[in-house]
Design a protein around this ligand. Structure first.
Ligand code: ATP
Ligand code: MG
Length: 337
């Protein structure tokens, strides 16, 4: 069956947008929460300073990139020059420091791709992940934040997609589905592709921001205040965008041949990236190029089983948008496995 059309459809779409908008508002973190977060951070600053006076703490992830919903945890990156210790050792040292400071549930995950120490602050109950010398995460969080300032529809769409992914249990990298970071990339790319476009491609514009992280040159146009009107020609509403997003990933994306690339604002072929074969555990069943680490496919966690789960969920969502008379409830119904 084809999508609904006509007057009735228009009214339904308007209602849908209103309901999504209410959901969006309810997901925005409160000011009080922001305050609690900065308290945890300044306390951390104090603790770290005692051991490494030259160290710096940077926020990254959802609390720095504008895509954090209520009650999310904080991601912090510690930058410290200590030639005697590698990242894993620094993480272990940090864990000892936090335990000495009476933090709860302190865990050092030294074997993860990115070693982190996790803990909970007993006063605020906020959980925090600290990684070490991972400036790329800080820089890509800034890129996402800058995109979010251009058109509010990005933040709204990403909130809806992330909320859907959490409710439907397809936001679990350890089970082969996608990270929040990957979903935000999909949203940015989708809005770059609208006609007329809602977002520009900041990495294709004259760079006003440049940093080198290891061997990777990160450069893009970050004077986004000048782009406030960029998406004005496009009048699509939140409801229409959510519907088209799922329609695209359910029915139109060419999973066999294409890579989505926020860096170029377009598509690349799997052939040119050499992402056509499975190498080790890396499969390329849904390809999302990282904007800076271009050899990194954010979809590589997806395997033969989980690609089915993911595509079935896109399909379910798209069908709800096409046929359900109360999509804002059905779309986000929790999936009980
Ligand atoms: P959530 O609200 O679910 O916690 P989040 O925005 O914190 O969402 P995560 O997927 O937890 O998103 O990632 C946190 C940050 O870690 C991202 O903003 C990004 O900077 C970095 N990151 C996560 N996954 C990757 C990855 N595969 N490659 C590079 N950086 C990543
Ligand atoms: Mg996070």
């Amino acid at each position: 069956r084809l999508p609904k059309k006509g007057m009735q459809h228009r009214v339904e779409m308007e209602n849908f947008t209103i309901q999504l908008f209410e959901l969006y508002i309810s997901l925005i973190p409160s000011e009080e929460e922001e305050m609690r977060r900065s308290k945890v951070l300044s306390q951390l600053d104090g603790v770290v300073y005692k051991t490494w006076p030259g160290a710096k703490l940077f926020l990254y992830g959802s609390c720095a990139n504008a895509f954090g919903v209520r009650n999310s945890d904080i991601d912090v990156c510690l930058t410290v020059e200590d030639r005697k210790m590698n990242k894993a050792e620094l993480v272990v040292r940090m864990a000892a420091i936090l335990e000495g400071d009476n933090m709860q549930n302190v865990q050092a995950l030294t074997h993860a791709r990115v070693p982190v120490v996790k803990f909970t602050d007993p006063v605020t109950g906020i959980s925090c992940d600290i990684c070490v010398n991972n400036m790329l995460a800080v820089v890509n969080s800034k890129l996402l934040h800058d995109y979010s300032k251009i058109d509010v529809r990005l933040r709204q769409l990403a909130f809806m997609v992330k909320h859907w992914a959490k409710r439907r249990q397809v936001n679990e990298t350890y089970r082969g589905t996608l990270s929040s970071y990957a979903y935000v990339m999909m949203c940015i790319h989708f809005l770059q592709q609208r006609n007329p476009p809602i977002l520009p491609c900041l990495q294709e514009m004259q760079p006003t921001y440049r940093v080198k992280v290891g061997k990777i040159e990160c450069a893009y146009y970050d004077q986004v205040d000048t782009l406030r009107h960029f998406g004005f020609q496009n009048k699509e509403t939140l409801g229409e965008l959510v519907a088209s997003f799922f329609e695209y990933w359910a029915f139109h994306h060419d999973y066999n041949h294409l890579v989505i690339s926020v860096r170029t604002g377009g598509f690349l072929s799997k052939d040119e990236k050499d992402w056509t074969r499975r190498i080790g555990n890396d499969r390329h069943l849904i390809c999302i190029e990282d904007p800076f680490e271009v050899s990194h496919d954010l979809g590589r966690v997806v395997d033969k089983r989980s690609i089915r789960v993911l595509r079935d969920e896109f399909y379910r969502a798209a069908n709800i948008m096409r046929h359900d008379c109360n999509p804002s409830v059905t779309l986000f119904e929790p999936y009980i496995r």
